[in-house]
Design a protein around this ligand. Sequence first.
Ligand SMILES: *Cc1c(COP(=O)(O)O)cnc(C)c1O
Length: 372
Amino acid sequence: MSYEVPFIRPVFPFPTDLSVDFEEIIESNWFTNFGPREIRFREKIADYLGQNLHAVTFNNATSGIIAALSAVFGPGDGTKGIIIPSFTFAAGALSIQLLGYKPLFIDIDADTLQPSVESAIHIAREGKCEVAGVLLCNTFGIGNPDISDWENLCEQKSWPMVVDSAAGFGSRHSDGTLLGATGRCEVFSFHATKPFAIGEGGAVVTSDPILAESMRSFSNFGFADGLGSNQVGINGKLQELNAALGLRQFPKFEKALSSRRLALNRYREEISADFFSFPRGIEQSSVCFASVITVDHKTRERARERLIEEGVEARTYYSPVVDRQPIFAPYQDLSAPLPVTEDIAGRVLSLPIHENMKSEDLDRVIKTLNGL
Ligand SMILES: *Cc1c(COP(=O)(O)O)cnc(C)c1O
């Protein structure tokens, strides 16, 4: 179904610019396998996000999560678990399972929608499954305001932490620093649905050069110089054409972010606060999603129906929540209690947001919600 106001509308570089890139790629006869554009793109990512960081690119963020978990935790034997919120996208839990670990689902905090430290402590206290570490999510790309509590907990428990910031490239923590420098490494997505869109693509960023090299090898069949496959691996490499797209997105990115933040501000200022609230910290994010929490489930359903009638596409990220998806049924007994996750899943609504969103489209969404 197509909507007059679609949920997303990625803005890509000019086709004429890309055709120049493509001609050069053909000319150089170097299409993938860490070509000159991939190298420049990875360097730009690392420079953009902070100092002394190393970026490893991937064909998508999910490959990056798998590489990060494999490099940090090693292949699992099916007995240990990795803590992850249920209120997120399925890719993280799938990766945990694929590597031979059990996803140990935890709850979120109601005002931030971010993974709850108390819920992780509950998992450790219950002791139903040995905890190997944490795959934290910066849910909706919003920097977790309790990140230092998470770092303290993980240090105290000797849990390595990998951070899924897939939707958060360009997002900032409340102290103004960009996401990308917490945990052992952080994963970003450049999927078409994300603010920095190259179609399919991702990167993992770390301050540890040895970890970076291990993940790069993982993305390339586990190859080591002259030895062939020297560790587990996949083919997760980013193509030159996608790297070219990424290099062309960088100069436009700050403008893209401010355009998204302006649209979010209109929602925040003009949608009735009696019925809709925004998660804390969203204004510092790259606004991948304009997620609102409705006052109750009925209001969410009514809002969604009315928006559809008005030709507006809204979604319900993240519902169904991950622990309720059939493949994860075997792990439900190991989960922490998830009351906030269940409540929020029934009340969350993601409004359309993209770069250069027309003022009249924003008006239409705001008017529909205020007229329920
Ligand atoms: C988008 C997203 C992913 C998956 O990213 P891909 O690049 O599509 O593999 C994983 N985790 C979260 C939280 C996401 O938002």
